[in-house]
Write a protein that binds this ligand. Structure first.
Ligand code: GLN
Length: 309
């Protein structure tokens, strides 16, 4: 086994001169204020060891990484019936694209683009007031991370509510096709709050450890999903987790992963470890530039790519 702390230290040292690369998301005003000169990374192995580098303890807006947790909740509620509402194919389009929705009669391509995640949120809301659905997600993530200090950044949620025109368009479009059951403002209220979850790399890697460990969190003993479901969520992350950059991420990193416009990337080395990397500057498709480079270096130095070492 490689010395993981030495690997993380070397990645941090080599990337230090590049910290600040990329462009911070500015379509959500509150995210535009984030200092791009930050970089963190955390690895949690299935035997419960934690390795950190840089700003691994600094909370950031996890944004679309939350789609993995909401998907897990939705599958828990309705099982495979979820796939009547959303597809499982890579989109090849931007995260907030509306074009394919028209061709596919209001059924989004996958649960990780915005339209798909909004439909998934609508599923989780069944039988709940919006506030309860947000509470359910927050409790779930705290339980997964075994950390009650995980919070939602209300300022980010408010900022996105005020400027989320495209998401309103997506939700209204799907509602016209009857693929949204609840009032659009309610669904988006929940969606914006889930995106505003604030977590550090360390909390995120811990929360997602069940996906690396056949559905159970080996640190807490909590069984979260079946091994089959964990495998399937990983398959979706590999094929759809980085929007139009999913192929490139598979090519360079070779791990299931999910990005967010807050600059975080969560990734899974199945059977080995869960990983979170964060740096706010994004590339052209809206994925963290430096976090992706860091994960590529990690995969190369550990031989963790699912495609072979
Ligand atoms: N909250 C963001 C949005 O809906 C999430 C997008 C992302 O992280 N890619 O636009």
């Amino acid at each position: 086994m490689v010395d993981l702390q030495a690997v993380l230290d070397s990645i941090y040292k080599e990337l230090t001169p590049r910290i600040g690369e990329g462009k911070v998301a500015d379509y959500i005003p509150e995210l535009a204020k984030i200092d791009p000169h930050q970089f963190g990374m955390a690895v949690v192995t299935v035997d419960g060891k934690i390795y950190r580098a840089g700003d691994a303890g600094v909370p950031f807006s996890i944004q679309s990484i939350s789609k993995v947790f909401m998907l897990t909740l939705a599958l828990g509620k309705v099982g495979e019936g979820l796939w009547k509402r959303v597809g499982r194919e890579p989109s090849g389009s931007a995260f907030n694209s509306i074009v394919q929705l028209e061709h596919e009669h209001g059924i989004p391509r996958n649960p990780f683009i915005n339209a798909g995640a909004i439909a998934v949120t609508d599923v989780v809301m069944a039988g709940h007031a919006p506030r309860e659905a947000i509470g359910e997600l927050l409790r779930f993530v705290r339980y997964l991370a075994d950390d009650e200090s995980v919070t939602i950044d209300e300022k980010v949620a408010r900022s996105e509510t005020q400027t989320g025109y495209r998401n309103f368009a997506l939700a209204n479009f799907m509602r016209a096709y009857k693929n949204i059951d609840h009032p659009v403002e309610h669904v988006l209220g929940v969606y914006f709050h889930q995106c505003a979850l604030s977590m550090s790399c360390e909390q995120l890697a811990k929360a997602g450890l069940f996906l690396a460990a056949r559905g159970s969190n080996p640190m807490t003993g909590h069984s979260v999903v079946s091994p089959k479901r964990a495998r399937r969520i990983n398959a979706l992350m590999l094929t759809c987790g980085h929007y139009d950059g999913s192929g490139d991420f598979a090519y360079h990193v070779g791990l299931p992963g999910k990005s967010g416009v807050g600059g975080g990337i969560f990734a899974v080395a199945p059977g080995v470890a869960s990983i979170a990397a964060w740096s706010p500057g994004l590339n052209k498709v809206g994925n963290s530039q430096l976090a992706a480079v860091a994960l590529e270096m990690l995969a190369a130095r550990t031989g963790w790519s699912v495609f072979g070492d």
